[in-house]
Ligand binder design. Sequence first.
Ligand code: 13P
Length: 207
Amino acid sequence: MAERCNQPIALHLDHGESVEQVKNALKWGYTSVMFDGSRLPYDQNVAITKQCAELAKVAGASIEGEIGHVAMGDETALTEPDEAEAFAAATGVDALAISIGTAHGYYKSEPKLDIERCRAIAERLPNVPLVLHGGSGTPLDEVRKAIENGIVKINVATEFQDTFLKSVNKNLVALDGKFMPIDKFMDPVVDDCAAHIARLIRFFAGR
Ligand code: 13P
């Protein structure tokens, strides 16, 4: 599908959990992989991320790592700028996910991002693109400040899934029990999802 698309597309493995998974993704043609060792002890995170980076480089794909930890139903560990600098140098990652106060999933209360921390990390790593995970539900003015202070990639999954499910539900209710071929049924769902992503892309690009 990526090959057929008339736009430049990265096929990305998010939160790869093992060298094996990363290897498989590269074998299947992914152009970008992440190894997420953010819950591992520092030395182990460095060792496995470095191994994945070497594999990705051979395959001509880009590699993302994570230092600090963006909560996934567990506890956040904010990224220390010194550690981020050392981690990037030791692993050779092309992009680095950092933790500055976001979390995966929807929030129970509004997050406040540590923009000073983001800026400090960006100053130490001027050549490493920084990634913000946990984009869903993050107030857009906070996202804007993060972009102005070094974030170049923003991950959004939960609110996209939410749009998908709500659109499926809306269109199913409208059918009122009647049958429609699934491809035709999906057309307006795809349109809703595309509109959601288009809004985000425009906002992130400052348009
Ligand atoms: P959300 O759950 O906030 O959409 O975050 C997604 C994400 O960071 C995937 O890597």
